[in-house]
Design a protein around this ligand. Structure first.
Ligand code: NAD
Ligand code: ZN
Ligand code: ZN
Length: 387
């Protein structure tokens, strides 16, 4: 049974193109796939734009579980509702929506609390299935299962997403900007705004100046940070960082016999007020911890390291330093409410999105987006599904 839908395709399988990862690290292959109709509380969307986030790149390369193939990656996107499953009343056919890898059920203790964005009813998982039924909506033309990714799988002309993972947005925002709000840029902005709650006049250090790190810089600038120190092994990020308000740049390769944390501690007279790890390396979390001011320094972990990676801290050091370490998933943002705030602030020209889009490609050239990110040449490459 189909919910509030009247499209010609509602209730029927759709045959369309999707980019499949067959084996880790191999170029994606664009193939015909069958996308089943949405089931209860699910929505089928026509993807308009998707962009590549480093998390797609990490999972594309992953060889051990939770890696699973063949899989349809992609989780930064914007789309139009094609049809809705039973029990969906929040959106209707034709609505513009952003899928988000974190659920917001709107009912559990955490979703009802202002303090958290980690839903208990649909906890984050790396499951390859739709979460209510633990089945896939994708098959190849031979009927073989294709696996979902992060509850979104946007590297497909059509995808099915649970309503808990969808936010309706205003159609006025261009799709090649809207998709950035689906993960990376929102995450960085939120980490400064909601997780760290950066205060005016403070000093921030950001490890890794990709889209996430530069969005942290943008968020810190909006919060009134007076000094923003960027750390990156790619020297090109020195000039790029300036455009996003980075005031000082440290290249770990040019530190001589000093560590990055020694340099930052000297530059700041005792350590930065906030340090953000935006790469996904445990050694950088430790370096960020060492770069933070004792007493009140906060370390915010954003980077996604491999699942077995462990952080080790000396207990006396933790006790005596008084520093905090915090994880920031999706920047601490609540998908259903905070995305609309960011969208409005972009439309009001308060936050920048345009500058994050360094490249745009057609869907057939999706592998170019992977090459550009691997080579450190792009911030965000927008992939147009049907331009
Ligand atoms: P990106 O590839 O665009 O940027 C990474 C940057 O880190 C690059 O500029 C690179 O030169 C730099 N870098 C690499 N090694 C370094 C080192 N040793 N020291 C300093 N800089 C180094 O990636 P991105 O899309 O900005 O994503 C960054 C990280 O954030 C990834 O781990 C990604 O998976 C993660 N992420 C987390 C969330 C979340 O909710 N917390 C959301 C999206 C992405
Ligand atoms: Zn992402
Ligand atoms: Zn919830």
């Amino acid at each position: 049974m189909v919910g509030n839908s009247s499209s010609n395709t509602a209730g029927k399988p759709i045959r369309c193109k999707a980019a499949i990862v067959q084996k880790p690290g191999e170029p994606l292959v664009i193939e015909d796939v069958i996308v089943a109709p949405p089931k209860q509380r699910e929505v089928r969307i026509k993807v308009i734009c998707t962009s590549l986030c480093h998390s797609d790149l990490s999972f594309w390369k992953l060889t051990d579980p939770p890696a699973i193939y063949p899989r349809i990656l992609g989780h930064e996107a914007v789309g139009i509702v094609e049809s809705v499953g039973e029990g969906v009343h929040e959106v209707v056919e034709g609505d513009t929506v952003i899928p988000i890898f974190l659920a917001d059920c709107g009912e559990c203790t955490d979703c009802l609390s202002e303090k958290s964005n980690l839903c208990t009813k649909f906890p984050f998982s790396l499951s390859p299935w739709m979460e209510r039924e633990e089945t896939s909506r994708f098959t190849d033309i031979n009927g073989e299962t294709l696996y979902h990714f992060l509850s979104v799988s946007s590297f497909s002309e059509y995808t099915v997403v649970d309503i808990a993972h969808l936010t309706k947005i205003d159609q006025a925002i261009p799709p090649n900007r809207a998709c950035l709000l689906s993960c990376g840029v929102s995450t960085g902005l939120g980490a400064a705004w909601k997780t760290a709650k950066v205060e005016a006049g403070t000093t921030v250090a950001i490890f890794g100046l990709g889209a996430i790190g530069l969005a942290v810089a943008e968020g810190a600038r909006l919060c009134g940070a007076k000094r923003i120190i960027g750390v990156d092994v790619n020297q090109d990020k020195c000039e790029i960082g300036k455009k996003f308000g980075v005031t000082d740049f440290v290249n770990p390769g040019n530190c001589g016999d000093k560590t990055v944390s020694q340099i930052i501690t000297e530059m700041t007279g005792g350590g930065a007020d906030y340090c953000f790890e935006c790469v996904g390396m445990k050694s950088l979390v430790h370096e960020a911890y060492a770069s933070c001011r004792k007493g009140w320094g906060k370390v915010v972990v954003l980077g996604v390291d491999h699942p077995q990676s462990m952080l080790t801290f000396n207990s006396f050091e933790v006790l005596h330093s008084g520093k905090s370490i915090m994880g920031s998933f999706f920047g601490g943002l609540k998908p259903k409410s905070d995305i609309r705030i960011l969208e409005k602030r972009y439309m009001d020209k308060e936050i920048r999105l345009d500058e994050f889009v360094t490249h745009e490609v057609d869907f057939k050239d999706i592998n170019k987006a992977f090459d550009l990110m691997t080579e450190g040449k792009s911030l965000r490459c927008v992939i147009w599904m049907n331009k």
